[in-house]
Design a protein around this ligand. Structure first.
Ligand SMILES: Cc1cc2nc3c(=O)[nH]c(=O)nc-3n(C[C@H](O)[C@H](O)[C@H](O)COP(=O)(O)OP(=O)(O)OC[C@H]3O[C@@H](n4cnc5c(N)ncnc54)[C@H](O)[C@@H]3O)c2cc1C
Length: 511
């Protein structure tokens, strides 16, 4: 018999890779959605021509799909294939901005590609250490392209860094800021700030066409679907797209996966990687899973705007450039958090002027021409806090099989974020930026998508805690491998540690 992996997002693909490396046969089930042909065609047309030859009208049409997304939906390629609407997952409309995916490749069709490992200090008290994960980060780097450089972040976050790193050319604004971060490194360090180049899961043939937030035409931004495509030639991998899992059961000799159409798939062992919402839904519907609720924890985020005091010599809105995060900031300050606070710095992108106009346009219609000029000086940092300080989202099974969500938000989350914003604003002065900390806003619960820890790995597993192989108490062949099993959600990015941990569990689980 074969192993079963549920989900072809980053965690599922890491588990598939590890099981194939052990010589196991794998049945891979997922929701099966892919980009529709009518949306793939404009993408392929842009990919087939150099950006300098693109027609302005084609570019405008390509971007319009994202500008017109429904509230709460995040899109790329003008398509909603990669993100399920809230009503598919939740029985009642509520305050949770987190969404599930039933796509091949999952939410990695939409992600921002920012990749960092978890710092050893943020894993204190876990049943696994940073050292346990280190070889699995290396295994993941065997199929995940990472753009990076060895800089001020390297000794704090050494894992997940390629042996011979090379960096995507930063945007013109980021080049200036990164150069200042190097010359002012001591002053920043004295304030508990380390600033280095962002690390992104992007291939080095990126064309710097500025379409990162709309859908990369050439597929240089990694998606788990890319690695799946590369593995499909392996006769031991049986990919079965469009098979929606409802529940899982263990038998004396194996596992049974129950599909929503009533069919069953059997195997030796199952690795559950359906993304934290769908994983909770499947577990809560499974006989033998004792808990009637699961509580997700989030690394919540907020945005700190800042303005360049002197404009760039080169206009930031002219190509070539990319619009992914350009720099990472790691903040250490016990008064704000015993854990790292993480920041991702974005320079110019085409959403800035639109967002400024939409937020302030009605109040200040006479200065409409100013927004594009202001947008060219705007630098925005997305700040993340450790989950110890953030929202808890409790999930229960509704009568119709969907989820009911209840949110609890600690009283001091916003205050901590504002303290972090004020501290960062002081540091950003060294880079020639005037931060606007009074404008720092906390994102809605779930909106960071850095969410998990609903079945945390523990030395003593029970109905709501798994062992170090992702098994809730009583399970021996069911391994949860997505972010559900992280003991907490650190502020640094979530997906790379989830992939390394999924690879570790799938390697250490009996063959
Ligand atoms: C806009 C956006 C930006 C992001 N940016 C970043 C970033 O820069 N850095 C970062 O670290 N993280 C980022 N994330 C988060 C990142 O995308 C997720 O952490 C990651 O995709 C989770 O991977 P996963 O494999 O656990 O789940 P998913 O990616 O959600 O994949 C779930 C898989 O399970 C399948 N599935 C779901 N339900 C079922 C079912 N019932 N039956 C069968 N199959 C099922 C789906 O088809 C899919 O293949 C971002 C997310 C979003 C939305």
């Amino acid at each position: 018999m074969a192993d079963i992996v549920i989900g072809s997002g980053p965690s599922g693909i890491a588990a598939v890779k590890a099981r194939l490396a052990l010589g196991r046969a794998v049945i891979l089930l997922d929701g099966g959605k892919t980009l529709e042909p009518e949306h793939a065609a404009p993408r392929d047309a842009l990919a087939g021509t150099v950006p300098a030859a693109w027609e302005a009208s084609d570019v405008a049409r390509y971007k319009a799909g994202q500008y017109n997304a429904s509230p709460g939906q995040i899109r790329k390629f003008s398509s909603d294939f990669a993100m399920e609407p809230a009503a598919v997952t939740f029985a009642e409309a509520g305050p949770v901005a987190l969404r599930a995916s039933r796509a091949v490749g999952g939410l990695s069709n939409l992600w921002g590609t920012a990749v960092l490992p978890y710092a050893a200090r943020d894993m204190a008290g876990w049943p696994i250490t940073a050292q346990d994960l280190a070889p699995h980060y290396r295994a993941v780097l065997g199929f995940l392209p990472v753009s990076a450089r060895r800089d001020a972040l390297a000794d704090l976050l050494p894992d997940g860094l390629p042996e011979a790193p090379s960096l995507l050319t930063p945007s013109p604004q980021a080049q200036v800021l990164l150069a200042r971060a190097v010359t002012r490194a001591d002053k920043l360090a004295a304030q508990g700030l380390r600033i280095g180049a962002a690390r992104q899961a992007v291939r080095d043939d990126c064309r710097h066409c500025g379409m990162c937030l709309h859908g990369c035409p050439t597929g240089a931004m990694w998606s788990a679907a890319d690695t799946l495509r590369d593995m499909l030639g392996d006769p031991r991998l049986d990919h079965r797209p469009g098979q929606i899992v409802r529940a899982i059961g263990e038998t004396d000799t194996g596992v049974e996966v129950h599909l929503s159409d009533g069919r069953r798939v059997t195997g030796d062992r199952v690795f559950l990687a359906a993304g934290v919402l769908e994983t909770a839904r499947i577990l809560l519907a499974s006989n033998g899973f004792d808990a009637d609720s699961l509580t997700l924890r989030e690394s919540q985020h907020g945005f700190l705007p800042a303005l360049q005091i002197r404009p760039n010599r080169r206009r930031p809105d002219r190509l070539p450039h990319h619009t992914l995060p350009q720099m990472f900031v790691e903040m250490s300050d016990e008064a704000i958090s015993p854990h790292l606070v993480h920041g991702q710095v974005y320079t110019w992108n085409d959403f800035y002027a639109r967002d400024l106009g939409q937020t302030y346009g009605a109040k200040l219609p006479f200065i409409a021409p100013v927004w594009p000029v202001l947008a060219r000086r705007l630098i925005v940092t997305q700040l993340f806090l450790h989950s110890d300080h953030c929202a808890r989202i409790t999930l229960r099974r509704a009568a119709d099989g969907r989820l009911q969500a209840q949110v609890r938000l600690p009283e001091d989350t916003h205050a901590r974020l504002q303290s972090a914003g004020r501290k960062l604003a002081r540091g950003l002065r060294y880079l020639g930026l005037a931060g606007l900390p009074f404008a720092t806003r906390l994102g809605a619960p779930g909106s960071s998508f850095h969410v998990g820890a609903s079945l945390p790995m523990s030395e003593i597993p029970d109905a709501r805690r798994s062992d170090r192989l992702g098994r809730p108490a009583g399970a021996s062949r069911l391994h949860v491998v997505d972010a559900s099993v992280l003991p907490a959600i650190a502020a640094t990015t979530i997906t790379l540690p989830v992939m390394a941990n999924a690879y570790r569990i799938a390697t250490e689980a009996p063959a």
